[in-house]
Design a protein around this ligand. Structure first.
Ligand code: HMG
Ligand code: MG
Length: 298
């Protein structure tokens, strides 16, 4: 049976905007985050404390944290790849962070400049300091259904990395179909295999819509007992210059799907659409949410 309630992790301000070619001002990011919390999202990934040489778009994350309205009951999180990142996050008053590993060696090298095994070693002191400070840590595994460099990825490899993150103290592991190649069939198989090592209530699905499969993959995940999904308002993300690349599944479309299934999210779809339309106007492009597009012509 399907879950009665789903928790949405809004990653637009981070996973979305990290891929934007044009700079987005701190004020526009703050407005986006505040619009998302006003729409009822309970978990918002606000930014990253990563090397500005690697991801210049996230350089102003401390200022964004300082500028947002911190509503009670909402978690405002940041990505921290190493101890330096966690220290900067703590300095900015961040109360929840995420570490990110990959299921494929090439992606790990390109994304965080080290092997999978080295990344896990690097996360140890992050986990330790976070625990001392009472900061919860979420874990990501990227490329769970395919890698742009290595091709196919085995679900057993994903399970090994997810298990390692859980064993070192991550309270939840988000499995990312970074390039959006998964289908309902291999998504079910993935959760079936990973679910043997990590309980499903500790797993989340993170789908990109490159091949148009994200909503089907979420439905497949629901059937596997997964009840936490990452999504991005207006489908922000992807690279406008990389052929075929798209962002995360649009939050509006996920909420529409879940509303239709009678599954509670606590999110007000109309206000979410407004927040998505506002950031799309700021970026000077049409929203990638099909629901928002349909509503705007209705
Ligand atoms: P490195 O070059 O190997 O690091 O990068 P290093 O330790 O050798 O340091 C090099 C320089 O970076 C030094 O500065 C450090 O101080 C600085 P310099 O002396 O040259 O002036 N540095 C930092 N600066 C700010 N914050 C930090 C930090 N750490 C070092 N935390 C590193 C290694 C991990 C830092 C780099 O590769 C990096 O920042 N990578 C982040 C990449 C990233 O953010 N990717 C996107 C997120 S993952 C994702 O999107 C997938 C996900 O959405 C799920 C999915 O879709 O599948 C989560
Ligand atoms: Mg992503």
């Amino acid at each position: 049976s399907l879950p009665s309630h789903v928790r949405l992790v809004e990653v637009g301000p981070r996973d979305g905007l990290q891929n934007e070619k044009q700079p987005v001002s701190v004020a526009d990011k703050v407005r986006l985050v505040d619009g998302l919390s006003a729409a009822g999202l309970g978990y918002i990934e606000v930014g990253s404390f990563v090397s500005p040489k690697w991801v210049p778009q996230m350089a102003g994350s401390a200022e964004v944290f300082a500028g947002i309205e911190q509503r009670t009951g909402v978690t405002y999180a940041a990505l921290t790849p190493n101890l330096k990142g966690l220290e900067a996050a703590i300095e900015a008053g961040v109360k929840e962070v995420a570490v990110f590993a990959a299921a494929s060696e090439s992606f790990s090298q390109r994304n965080i400049n080290c092997s999978i095994a080295d990344s896990l070693v690097r996360f140890e002191p992050v986990m330790e300091l976070a625990q001392q400070r009472g900061i919860r840590v979420r874990g990501y595994v990227s490329c769970v259904l395919g890698c742009p460099y290595d091709g196919d990825v085995s679900p057993h490899q994903v399970a090994a990395v997810a298990f390692a993150l859980q064993a070192m103290g991550c309270y939840e592991i988000s499995l990312g179909d970074t390039i959006g190649v998964g289908t309902a069939g291999n998504v079910r198989q993935l959760f079936e295999v990973v679910g043997r090592d990590v309980p499903r209530e500790r797993l989340a699905g993170h789908f990109h819509d490159t091949y148009g499969q994200a909503l089907a993959n979420i439905y497949a995940s629901l059937l596997e007992g997964v009840a936490v999904f990452d999504s991005s308002v207006a489908g922000l993300g992807g690279c406008p210059y990389a052929k075929g690349a798209t962002g995360n599944v649009a939050s509006e479309d996920v909420v529409y799907l879940l509303d239709g299934l009678g599954i509670e999210t606590g999110v007000d779809l109309s206000r979410l659409i407004e927040a998505g339309q506002r950031i799309s106007r700021t970026l000077g492009r049409e929203t990638a949410s099909r629901v928002a597009r349909a509503r705007s012509v209705a």
